[in-house]
Write a protein that binds this ligand. Structure first.
Ligand code: X2X
Length: 327
């Protein structure tokens, strides 16, 4: 009987899955964005890959860092958060080199962006993030950041003069100053009410990933798709957690992250491609800049391009300009 009981217990133990380990994933946009959808996809794929061994809980709106979007990466680096999905500009207080992605008018199309994330430039950034305790599993996409405001159409740097602009991070303060605007750093979660109440006149964000899902069109009248800065996402895991995984598990995390971010990039690009039509239907006025108008914005933002390139360092900036221009 004892033998039988033992055998039975073993059989039951083998059938029951071990309790799943919960991992907390932080991101800093709302729960309708492509960021959220990418994070949810990762949770789903990782559970499938590992037979339910991991339960990824997704926390939007930078809840895990008390609403501070710039703090998520630092907290992940010291292991207080397991996983982070955020964009480059948010980690520049920790790793200023990450601003290289978003230098004004560096990238002009997705092919150039994909050469950067898929080549030596992206790899160099992964190394830099490792130095801050974060293993970058995959690149995703916030996207090309486009300007909106409630005051007037933007067709030249002149039109930006004096506009109160909400921005996410330090480099964009400099770029807005180049354009004569009046920039103010603010959490994304506080931006919608600030736009609604007229505390600020405008903001800049990608169309598919953020502007549409977060209904910015409800509080903004004008949009100019000026493509002034590209902002990638990355899905990262704290090095402490990463180093505790065996190789087979690491491969499962890697696979789930790569597929989830491919999906996230795809839905962001699709939503962006249809985005201007949608925004017109919602009552926005779209002003697509001519090549000449774009050149004027590019020219006006050269001082901050230079200032941030000096700060980032020539070797890194060269990796990015090569990716941006290679045919
Ligand atoms: O805060 C923003 O503007 C956002 C959501 O795009 C970033 O995280 C940079």
């Amino acid at each position: 009987f004892n033998k039988l009981a033992l055998g039975l217990t073993t059989a039951i133990a083998l059938c029951l899955p071990a309790a799943a380990e919960t991992l907390r994933l932080s991101h800093n946009t709302g729960d309708q964005t492509t960021w959220q959808k990418g994070a949810d996809k990762f949770a789903e794929l990782l559970a499938a890959e590992t037979g339910g061994a991991y339960d990824v809980r997704v926390f939007p709106n930078a809840q895990l860092s008390g609403g501070d979007q710039m703090k998520q990466a630092e907290m992940t680096g010291r292991g207080a958060i397991d996983l982070v999905l955020t964009s480059a500009i948010n980690v520049t207080p920790l790793a200023p080199e990450m601003a290289a992605f978003s230098l004004p008018y560096l990238f002009s199309d997705y092919e150039a962006v994909d050469r950067a994330t898929g080549g030596p430039a992206g790899d160099r950034m992964k190394e830099i993030m490792q130095g801050h305790g974060i293993q970058v599993l995959a690149w995703g996409e916030n996207g090309f950041r486009e300007v909106t405001n409630s005051k007037r159409p933007i067709t030249s740097p002149e039109d930006m003069k004096g506009l109160k602009m909400r921005v996410a991070g330090p480099m964009y303060i400099d770029v807005m100053n180049d354009l004569g605007a009046n920039p103010q750093q603010m959490q994304w979660t506080e931006t919608f009410p600030a736009l609604q109440q007229g505390v600020v006149d405008g903001q800049e964000n990608p169309i598919g990933a953020v502007i549409i899902p977060q209904r910015v069109y409800e509080v903004q009248k004008y949009i100019t798709p000026w493509h002034y800065s590209y902002d990638p996402l990355f899905l990262g895991i704290s090095s402490a957690k990463w180093d505790s995984l065996d190789d087979a598990t690491k491969a499962q995390f890697q696979k789930a992250a790569t597929e989830a971010m491919q999906y996230q990039i795809q839905i962001s690009r699709e939503a962006t491609a249809e985005g201007l039509d949608y925004l017109k239907e919602q009552g926005m006025e779209v002003h697509e800049p001519t090549a000449e108008q774009l050149a004027a914005f590019r020219e006006a933002t050269k001082p901050s391009f230079q200032k941030w390139s000096d700060q980032i360092g020539t070797d890194i900036v060269d990796l990015f300009t090569t990716a941006a221009s290679a045919q």
